[in-house]
Design a protein around this ligand. Structure first.
Ligand SMILES: Nc1ncnc2c1ncn2[C@@H]1O[C@H](COP(=O)(O)OP(=O)(O)O)[C@@H](O)[C@H]1O
Ligand SMILES: [Mg+2]
Length: 259
């Protein structure tokens, strides 16, 4: 079952437009096994569309792609089996309890009953949902719903995690647990591609960061490489980001507003 190939995902010339909106503009991207790659960019820069293309939810207009060594056009279902996905705004079945929902997700992925029970219990405990699993999802806070979405993505031990703004609505402790968990999984060879518009999250969580702007990758690398590219030695990601996306004027605007 373990996929072959050098990269967990290989994108070549991937493009997608919606009428005259260019969502993704000819992206080439190689993601290594065990890597945590961040897609960082402002709203509308094409992060979610790129993630949906990798998962196979959105068909690109052009380009080719291999995910976990599998050609996306030949066997899209095989890819989905091996991937865990958390969408930007997870839509859960609100009238199930958290436990029923996770049980249902586990069954879809064909996890055997005892593994399913153990894993669900462990995750509920780790993310402080113990005691609330019998309540209906409609009664959960946004952060609790996000936790259920994350658990359902992790449950079948996917080889690749596609996480769209994964720390959305999470309290700091849970965000930390998710971060640590991703690190541990990465050490075991699990690959994660996550999107965020929060610079600190990308900086803290990712091995490499792709800075997206208007559907294009402006820069790709680890922090050191990105700093070099922006020619800002010793700077933080915010400076690099603002410089690369040509939005350096934002600082002046904010300063003017505060006067
Ligand atoms: N289903 C869709 N229909 C029309 N336009 C879309 C659709 N999905 C995304 N877009 C557009 O594509 C661009 C990129 O969107 P998205 O990938 O969601 O960006 P991000 O996740 O970086 O905020 C935006 O201009 C968005 O409005
Ligand atoms: Mg998005």
């Amino acid at each position: 079952m373990v996929a072959t190939g050098e990269y967990a995902a290989e994108l070549r010339g991937i493009a997608k437009r919606y009428a005259d909106i260019v969502a993704v503009d000819y992206i080439d991207l190689d993601i290594k096994y065990g890597e945590i790659l961040g897609l960082l960019g402002p709203n509308g820069s094409g992060k979610s569309t790129t993630l949906k293309i990798i998962l196979g939810l959105v068909k690109p207009d052009s380009g080719s792609m291999k995910v976990l060594g599998i050609n996306a056009e030949e066997d899209p279902v095989a890819i989905k089996r091996l991937v865990g996905y958390v969408p930007e705004s997870p839509r859960l079945y609100e009238f199930l309890t958290g436990l029923e929902y996770l049980d249902f997700t586990g069954d879809i992925y064909g996890i055997n009953a005892s593994d399913k029970k153990t894993r669900i219990e462990e995750y509920l405990e780790a993310l402080d949902l113990e005691g609330r699993e019998g309540d209906m999802i409609s009664s959960y806070s946004q952060g609790m719903k996000q936790k259920i979405a994350l658990i359902s993505a992790f449950l079948h031990k996917p080889k690749l995690l596609i996480l769209d703004e994964p720390l959305n609505a999470l309290d700091p402790k849970s965000a930390r647990i998710v971060k640590d968990l991703l690190r541990e999984l990465a050490a075991k060879g699990v690959t994660a591609i996550l999107s965020t518009h929060v610079l600190e999250i990308a900086q803290a969580m990712c091995d490499r960061i792709a800075i997206l702007y208007e559907g294009r990758i402006l820069a790709l690398g680890n922090m050191e490489e990105l700093r070099k590219k922006a020619q800002l030695p010793g700077s933080n990601l915010e400076d690099v980001f603002l410089k690369l996306t040509g939005t350096g004027a934002i600082k002046e605007i904010v300063e003017a507003l505060l006067k």
